[in-house]
Design a protein around this ligand. Structure first.
Ligand code: 5HC
Length: 214
Protein backbone atom coordinates (compact mmCIF):
# COMPACT_ATOMS: atom_id res chain seq x y z
CA UNK A 1 0.00 0.00 0.00
CA UNK A 2 2.69 2.42 1.06
CA UNK A 3 5.08 1.45 -1.68
CA UNK A 4 2.67 2.71 -4.28
CA UNK A 5 2.40 6.09 -2.64
CA UNK A 6 5.94 6.69 -1.55
CA UNK A 7 8.73 8.10 -3.68
CA UNK A 8 11.30 5.43 -4.50
CA UNK A 9 13.74 7.00 -2.01
CA UNK A 10 11.25 6.71 0.78
CA UNK A 11 10.30 3.21 -0.38
CA UNK A 12 13.91 2.15 0.16
CA UNK A 13 13.53 3.03 3.83
CA UNK A 14 10.36 1.04 4.22
CA UNK A 15 11.25 -1.93 2.00
CA UNK A 16 15.06 -2.08 1.98
CA UNK A 17 15.02 -5.78 1.07
CA UNK A 18 12.96 -5.43 -2.12
CA UNK A 19 14.49 -4.73 -5.51
CA UNK A 20 13.16 -1.86 -7.64
CA UNK A 21 10.57 -3.06 -10.13
CA UNK A 22 9.66 0.14 -11.99
CA UNK A 23 12.93 0.20 -13.93
CA UNK A 24 13.44 1.23 -17.54
CA UNK A 25 12.60 -1.74 -19.74
CA UNK A 26 15.39 -2.96 -21.99
CA UNK A 27 13.56 -1.93 -25.20
CA UNK A 28 13.01 1.56 -23.81
CA UNK A 29 16.66 1.72 -22.87
CA UNK A 30 17.84 0.72 -26.36
CA UNK A 31 15.47 3.10 -28.12
CA UNK A 32 16.53 5.73 -25.60
CA UNK A 33 20.16 5.20 -26.65
CA UNK A 34 19.10 5.58 -30.32
CA UNK A 35 17.25 8.80 -29.46
CA UNK A 36 20.25 10.11 -27.58
CA UNK A 37 22.53 9.30 -30.52
CA UNK A 38 20.13 11.17 -32.83
CA UNK A 39 20.78 14.30 -30.78
CA UNK A 40 24.34 14.24 -32.16
CA UNK A 41 23.14 14.66 -35.74
CA UNK A 42 23.81 17.96 -37.50
CA UNK A 43 21.00 17.41 -39.98
CA UNK A 44 18.74 20.44 -39.53
CA UNK A 45 15.55 18.65 -40.58
CA UNK A 46 15.73 14.99 -39.50
CA UNK A 47 17.94 13.55 -36.79
CA UNK A 48 18.11 9.76 -36.77
CA UNK A 49 19.74 7.43 -34.25
CA UNK A 50 20.32 3.69 -34.33
CA UNK A 51 21.36 1.22 -31.65
CA UNK A 52 22.30 -2.37 -32.47
CA UNK A 53 21.86 -4.97 -29.75
CA UNK A 54 23.08 -8.56 -29.82
CA UNK A 55 21.29 -11.68 -28.61
CA UNK A 56 22.77 -11.20 -25.14
CA UNK A 57 21.11 -7.78 -25.01
CA UNK A 58 24.43 -6.00 -25.23
CA UNK A 59 24.84 -2.86 -27.30
CA UNK A 60 27.28 -3.56 -30.13
CA UNK A 61 26.88 -0.46 -32.29
CA UNK A 62 25.44 3.04 -32.13
CA UNK A 63 25.20 5.64 -34.89
CA UNK A 64 23.44 8.75 -36.15
CA UNK A 65 23.12 10.42 -39.52
CA UNK A 66 26.02 12.63 -40.49
CA UNK A 67 28.48 13.51 -43.21
CA UNK A 68 31.27 11.02 -43.95
CA UNK A 69 34.38 11.28 -41.79
CA UNK A 70 36.77 13.97 -42.89
CA UNK A 71 34.31 15.54 -45.32
CA UNK A 72 33.50 18.39 -43.01
CA UNK A 73 30.04 19.21 -41.71
CA UNK A 74 30.44 22.77 -42.97
CA UNK A 75 31.52 21.95 -46.49
CA UNK A 76 28.89 19.59 -47.81
CA UNK A 77 25.32 20.90 -48.16
CA UNK A 78 22.55 20.20 -45.64
CA UNK A 79 19.75 21.45 -47.86
CA UNK A 80 16.95 19.11 -48.91
CA UNK A 81 16.36 20.46 -52.38
CA UNK A 82 18.19 22.34 -55.08
CA UNK A 83 18.46 22.68 -58.84
CA UNK A 84 21.15 20.03 -58.83
CA UNK A 85 20.95 16.99 -56.52
CA UNK A 86 24.69 17.33 -56.00
CA UNK A 87 23.83 20.42 -53.99
CA UNK A 88 21.58 18.52 -51.61
CA UNK A 89 22.51 16.44 -48.59
CA UNK A 90 21.12 13.20 -49.98
CA UNK A 91 24.21 12.32 -52.00
CA UNK A 92 26.45 12.60 -48.97
CA UNK A 93 24.79 11.84 -45.63
CA UNK A 94 25.67 8.53 -44.01
CA UNK A 95 22.50 7.14 -42.50
CA UNK A 96 22.33 6.26 -38.82
CA UNK A 97 22.03 2.54 -39.59
CA UNK A 98 25.15 2.59 -41.77
CA UNK A 99 27.11 4.37 -39.04
CA UNK A 100 25.84 1.98 -36.36
CA UNK A 101 26.96 -0.97 -38.49
CA UNK A 102 30.34 0.62 -39.22
CA UNK A 103 30.85 1.48 -35.54
CA UNK A 104 30.23 -2.09 -34.40
CA UNK A 105 32.42 -3.30 -31.58
CA UNK A 106 31.80 -7.01 -32.12
CA UNK A 107 33.07 -9.44 -34.73
CA UNK A 108 29.77 -9.57 -36.56
CA UNK A 109 26.13 -8.54 -36.22
CA UNK A 110 24.48 -11.89 -36.87
CA UNK A 111 21.21 -12.30 -34.98
CA UNK A 112 21.23 -8.70 -33.74
CA UNK A 113 18.28 -6.34 -33.35
CA UNK A 114 18.46 -2.75 -34.54
CA UNK A 115 16.55 -0.02 -32.72
CA UNK A 116 16.23 2.90 -35.10
CA UNK A 117 14.32 6.14 -34.71
CA UNK A 118 13.24 6.20 -38.37
CA UNK A 119 12.27 3.26 -40.59
CA UNK A 120 15.29 2.15 -42.66
CA UNK A 121 15.49 3.18 -46.30
CA UNK A 122 16.16 0.66 -49.07
CA UNK A 123 19.92 1.19 -48.96
CA UNK A 124 20.04 0.65 -45.21
CA UNK A 125 17.85 -2.43 -45.43
CA UNK A 126 20.34 -3.94 -47.85
CA UNK A 127 23.07 -3.29 -45.30
CA UNK A 128 21.00 -4.72 -42.42
CA UNK A 129 20.21 -7.85 -44.40
CA UNK A 130 23.81 -8.39 -45.46
CA UNK A 131 25.06 -7.77 -41.92
CA UNK A 132 22.83 -10.57 -40.60
CA UNK A 133 20.56 -8.36 -38.51
CA UNK A 134 17.44 -10.31 -37.62
CA UNK A 135 15.01 -7.77 -36.22
CA UNK A 136 14.14 -4.12 -36.78
CA UNK A 137 12.38 -1.94 -34.19
CA UNK A 138 11.58 1.54 -35.43
CA UNK A 139 10.05 4.61 -33.85
CA UNK A 140 8.87 6.80 -36.74
CA UNK A 141 7.66 5.70 -40.14
CA UNK A 142 7.13 9.17 -41.56
CA UNK A 143 8.26 8.14 -45.04
CA UNK A 144 6.05 5.04 -45.09
CA UNK A 145 4.71 5.69 -48.60
CA UNK A 146 8.01 6.72 -50.19
CA UNK A 147 9.24 4.41 -52.93
CA UNK A 148 12.44 3.78 -50.97
CA UNK A 149 10.50 2.65 -47.93
CA UNK A 150 8.21 0.46 -50.04
CA UNK A 151 11.29 -1.19 -51.56
CA UNK A 152 12.81 -1.46 -48.10
CA UNK A 153 9.79 -3.33 -46.69
CA UNK A 154 9.76 -5.62 -49.71
CA UNK A 155 13.38 -6.62 -49.16
CA UNK A 156 12.95 -7.08 -45.42
CA UNK A 157 9.88 -9.25 -46.06
CA UNK A 158 11.74 -11.39 -48.57
CA UNK A 159 14.69 -11.75 -46.24
CA UNK A 160 12.36 -12.77 -43.39
CA UNK A 161 13.37 -9.88 -41.16
CA UNK A 162 10.47 -8.71 -39.01
CA UNK A 163 10.04 -5.01 -38.36
CA UNK A 164 7.92 -3.63 -35.55
CA UNK A 165 6.95 -0.20 -34.43
CA UNK A 166 8.35 0.62 -31.02
CA UNK A 167 5.52 0.74 -28.54
CA UNK A 168 5.85 3.81 -26.38
CA UNK A 169 5.54 3.39 -22.68
CA UNK A 170 2.05 4.82 -22.43
CA UNK A 171 0.76 2.43 -25.09
CA UNK A 172 2.10 -0.56 -23.20
CA UNK A 173 -0.18 -2.54 -20.96
CA UNK A 174 0.32 -1.51 -17.35
CA UNK A 175 2.97 -3.61 -15.62
CA UNK A 176 1.50 -6.46 -13.66
CA UNK A 177 0.77 -5.41 -10.16
CA UNK A 178 -0.39 -7.11 -7.09
CA UNK A 179 -4.15 -6.95 -7.43
CA UNK A 180 -4.80 -6.14 -3.82
CA UNK A 181 -2.09 -3.75 -2.74
CA UNK A 182 -1.18 -2.39 -6.21
CA UNK A 183 2.53 -2.79 -5.61
CA UNK A 184 4.77 -3.75 -8.55
CA UNK A 185 6.63 -6.64 -7.00
CA UNK A 186 6.04 -10.08 -8.42
CA UNK A 187 6.93 -11.25 -4.93
CA UNK A 188 3.46 -10.07 -3.94
CA UNK A 189 1.66 -12.20 -6.45
CA UNK A 190 -0.27 -14.10 -3.86
CA UNK A 191 0.58 -12.19 -0.79
CA UNK A 192 0.20 -8.64 0.36
CA UNK A 193 2.40 -6.76 2.71
CA UNK A 194 1.21 -4.34 5.26
CA UNK A 195 3.26 -1.90 7.23
CA UNK A 196 2.15 -1.19 10.75
CA UNK A 197 3.82 1.30 13.03
CA UNK A 198 4.22 -0.13 16.51
CA UNK A 199 6.33 1.68 19.13
CA UNK A 200 7.79 3.90 16.42
CA UNK A 201 8.98 0.85 14.45
CA UNK A 202 7.58 -0.29 11.17
CA UNK A 203 6.51 -3.91 11.26
CA UNK A 204 6.09 -5.44 7.86
CA UNK A 205 3.55 -8.22 7.71
CA UNK A 206 2.62 -10.44 4.85
CA UNK A 207 -1.02 -11.26 4.46
CA UNK A 208 -2.74 -13.73 2.26
CA UNK A 209 -4.98 -12.00 -0.22
CA UNK A 210 -7.81 -14.23 0.74
CA UNK A 211 -7.75 -13.04 4.32
CA UNK A 212 -6.67 -9.47 3.66
CA UNK A 213 -9.20 -6.91 4.75
CA UNK A 214 -11.62 -9.38 6.27
N1 5HC B 1 16.39 5.39 -41.98
C1 5HC B 1 16.98 6.58 -42.16
N2 5HC B 1 18.15 6.85 -41.54
C2 5HC B 1 18.75 8.07 -41.69
O1 5HC B 1 19.79 8.31 -41.09
N3 5HC B 1 18.16 9.00 -42.50
C3 5HC B 1 18.77 10.33 -42.59
C4 5HC B 1 19.18 10.84 -43.93
C5 5HC B 1 18.98 12.31 -43.79
O2 5HC B 1 20.07 12.89 -43.11
C6 5HC B 1 17.76 12.43 -42.91
C7 5HC B 1 16.45 12.52 -43.68
O3 5HC B 1 16.29 13.86 -44.05
P1 5HC B 1 14.91 14.47 -44.56
O4 5HC B 1 14.65 13.94 -45.94
O5 5HC B 1 13.84 14.03 -43.60
O6 5HC B 1 15.15 15.95 -44.53
O7 5HC B 1 17.73 11.24 -42.16
C8 5HC B 1 17.02 8.75 -43.15
C9 5HC B 1 16.39 7.55 -43.02
C10 5HC B 1 15.10 7.26 -43.70
O8 5HC B 1 15.32 7.04 -45.02
Amino acid sequence: IWRDRLSSNAAINYFPFLKREDILESAQYFMGVALLAAQRSRDPSTQVGACIVNEEKKIVGVGYNGMPNGCGDDTLPWRRSGDNPVETKYFYVCHAELNAIMNKNSADLKGCTIYVTLFPCNECSKLLIQAGIKNVIYLSDKYHDDEKTVASRWMLDLAGIPYHEFIQNEKRPAPSRCFRCRCFTSFHRNKCMETTKINNKYIIERREHSTYGR
